[in-house]
Design a protein around this ligand. Structure first.
Ligand code: ATP
Ligand code: MG
Length: 139
């Protein structure tokens, strides 16, 4: 079964919509295989977003990701990488489809409520960044 990493970003946690986000995954038949709440340090956020280190928004993004606690989850299901990205909507909430998480709750291209891995290789890296194999329950 395919796996992906999902993050409810600091803005999502602050908006009190952890349950709302999780409900959308579960309603779509996606299973949560691991979950925890953490508060990243700047260097942990920089390590997670290392692929974006040359982008102009890197410093602002890593500041934002350390601005409060986040919920990290491993999601499991058929085609879950693409399914999760469909449920999240486009990175820019103004371009996100009606009914997606970002369309309904994002306020900014940066503060867009959720993260989801974009490919099997990034999913493997991102899952291992937060969880070891004993912390992931296939079910
Ligand atoms: P994520 O990786 O968070 O799931 P994504 O794959 O849709 O989102 P990326 O292009 O990987 O988007 O960008 C990572 C994150 O960086 C975005 O989710 C957003 O928070 C932030 N970001 C992306 N583009 C911009 C931008 N132009 N200005 C500010 N922040 C941005
Ligand atoms: Mg991305």
């Amino acid at each position: 079964m395919e796996r992906t990493l999902s993050i409810i970003k600091p803005d999502g946690v602050a908006k009190n919509i952890i349950g709302e986000v999780i409900k959308r995954f579960e309603s779509a038949g996606i299973k949560i295989a691991a979950m925890k709440m953490i508060h990243l340090t700047k260097s942990q956020a920089q390590g997670f977003y290392a692929v974006h280190k040359e982008r102009p928004f890197f410093d602002s993004l890593t500041d934002f990701m350390t601005s409060g606690p986040i919920v990290v989850m491993v999601l499991e299901g058929e085609n879950v990488i693409a399914e999760n990205r469909k449920i999240m909507g486009a990175t820019n909430f103004k371009e996100a489809e009606e009914g997606t998480i970002r369309r309904e709750y994002a306020t900014d291209i940066e503060k867009n409520v959720v993260h989801g891995s974009d490919a099997p290789e990034t999913a493997a890296f991102e899952i291992s960044y937060f969880f070891n194999h004993l912390e992931i329950q296939s079910r």
